[in-house]
Ligand binder design. Sequence first.
Ligand code: 3HC
Length: 286
Amino acid sequence: MDIRTILIIGAGTMGRQIAMSCALGGYTTILQDISGSALDAARTDLESWADGRVAKGKLQAEFADAALARLSQSTELDASAAQADLVIEAAVERLDIKRSIFAELGKNAPAHAILATNSSTLASSHLAEASGRASQVCNMHFFNPALVMKCVEIVRNEQTSDETIQAVTAVARALGKEPVLVNREIPGFIANRMMGAMQREALNLASAEVASITDIDTTARTALGHPMGPFELMDLVGLDVIDFIAQATYAETGQALDQPHPLITQKVTEGKLGRKSGEGFYEYRR
Ligand code: 3HC
């Protein structure tokens, strides 16, 4: 399948970096969001990221400029969808909103277009029916920061066709990513299940005052070779996101183990969401 134009829905932390990855991969890319100011903030952020890469000698200026020229932005979902061969939806993690987006995409995207969701918690089978093209729907789950992390989990639902899987796998490779295939829908897919287990243990150790969060993070880095400790990583991902993932997983599994951890709930209640709010388990200078 010939994929030339990719539409990314949602200009948040994930959407904007997925869009830039697509533009750098040579695709004509449209970043769509209902908020014009979110799109402008994303553009400013990506331009400054590109400037930093050029200054560091990691990206040629002409290459960065060409990628930014391939990346357009729009607040119009229907008109953008009409141009797309592949859509990667990275909007807010709400089923009702995603369903209405997929219904619009089903009506407005060309018949051949594949509709993927970046969701880590909502399996694509929940969106397949709304789209009216179930065999062309799957999850394409990127990791934060998406311009850096290589893995893309490609998750098929019962109706996803082999052609769809082959096409999105080829796109992920063209972006320089390492796609992995998840053969059936399971809460948390692969990475968030493993990450959740590690975080649960770290949170339990800290709650029981066995060690400080700093020492737990140091142990993860220096004993296990992780690039970040679990608390540093939760601050990076966002404690609201960690809380939401736990809630969604618990709603699906009903296992007490999956419930949001009280330490996370407390931080979220206090508005301490991690790096994005300036404080989580650690404090960040603005
Ligand atoms: N955006 C873009 N690029 C970034 C970045 C960001 N937010 N943060 C760091 N980078 C780049 C830097 O520019 C640098 O690039 P270079 O080496 O080519 O010059 C490179 O990443 C390394 O950055 P630093 O030297 O500043 O710092 P580190 O070496 O500590 O790396 C890190 C930062 C890449 C974030 C690394 O610590 C890491 O891999 N951490 C783990 C991240 C992780 O586990 N992500 C998955 C989260 S789970 C998830 O996303 C799923 C979701 O469903 C919740």
